[in-house]
Design a protein around this ligand. Structure first.
Ligand SMILES: [Zn+2]
Length: 315
């Protein structure tokens, strides 16, 4: 009975979201066009470009700097100061990531640029809009019910925070950019509120995709594997550092095909999907973190991104 209820829920969400995903996500398979900035602010010969009109909760967006003799730049938005990265040719970029819990309203973005021994400052108000997260109810089989324990989840998130604390200072992705880990419909969406076994409330940190046990799963982008082992909730799990604070994680594998420390190419098969950990049926759960926050990975795949390496062409 419980299984039927869950299956129906997954089936319904797959139907609803599958059609939406197919119409909204083709950009994941093609280079997105370089966007026109929605806003440009000038100060002391430097242009700050903002490549989005607003951000959703759990969303992400690029900002850029152009100007000569820039030696470094940092921004602050709802959290700790973070650096811009240089791609040569006097172009600097940063990715702004919004946590899924950010109350929807305007927040101040501040940017400080080092140029010729001076500090040049910018300030902009950025609007965070509600994402409209849905509620999902799941029932876990009795032998996995202990995985609804809040302490288990807290310990696992602490493990992941430690693994992602030392981000590579260089972009590790390449001109192939970021693409979906497999071509099946997206089902349970990022950020959903979840009620497990009728009692435990939690949030969905990634997206789920249809994946029978044994389906080959591809790395979203080039990077370095920082973890390939078993976790309680995520089961057999691979975590890849793509540089500059971007990490992708892949959960519930039946088999892992990579080891920690290994470099992987974009699209390289890193494991076979499965049903390990806090899972109520075979599927792929994948997630994306930026700047220490879980972000909507499907929305991120739609972003135009500069190529990770300054020697590589833009995607
Ligand atoms: Zn999931």
């Amino acid at each position: 009975m419980l299984k039927i209820r869950l299956f129906l829920l997954l089936f319904i969400s797959a139907r609803v979201l599958g059609s939406a995903a197919q119409s909204e996500l083709p950009a994941a398979f093609q280079p997105a066009p370089r966007p026109v900035p929605s806003r440009v602010q000038y100060n002391s010969g430097i242009a700050l470009s903002i490549y989005f009109a607003s951000l959703a909760q759990g969303g992400s967006g690029l900002i850029g700097l152009a100007g000569v003799d820039i030696s470094g730049a940092q921004f602050r938005f709802r959290g700790a100061e973070q650096p811009f990265f240089s791609l040569g040719a006097d172009a600097w970029y940063a990715l702004i990531a919004v946590d899924m819990d950010a109350p929807p309203r305007s927040y101040q973005l501040t940017v400080v640029v080092q140029k010729d021994g001076d500090a040049v400052s910018f300030s902009q108000d950025l609007l965070v809009e509600p994402a409209g997260y849905i509620l999902q109810e799941f029932d876990l089989p009795a032998d996995r019910a202990y995985l609804t324990d809040a302490a288990v989840e807290t310990a696992e998130l602490d493990t992941l925070a430690a693994l992602t604390a030392d981000a590579s200072a260089e972009p590790l992705w390449d001109a192939a950019g970021f693409e979906l880990p497999l071509d099946t419909p997206l089902t349970s969406p990022f950020g959903s509120f979840r009620l497990l076994n009728g009692a435990r409330e939690t949030r969905h940190t990634g997206w789920d995709q249809v994946a029978p046990v044994g389906t080959p799963i591809r790395a979203l982008a080039a990077g370095r594997v920082v973890f390939a082992d078993r976790l309680e909730i995520r089961g057999n799990y691979a975590l890849i550092d793509h540089g500059l604070g971007l990490y992708s994680g892949y959960a519930h594998f039946s088999e892992l095909h990579v080891t920690a420390g290994q470099h992987v190419a974009a699209g390289q098969v890193i494991g076979s999907s499965g049903n390990t950990g806090r899972s109520s049926g075979p599927h792929l759960h994948w997630e994306l973190a930026a700047g220490g926050r879980w972000i909507d990975g499907a929305a991120f795949l739609d972003l135009w991104l500069p190529a990770g390496s300054s020697s590589a062409p833009e995607r």
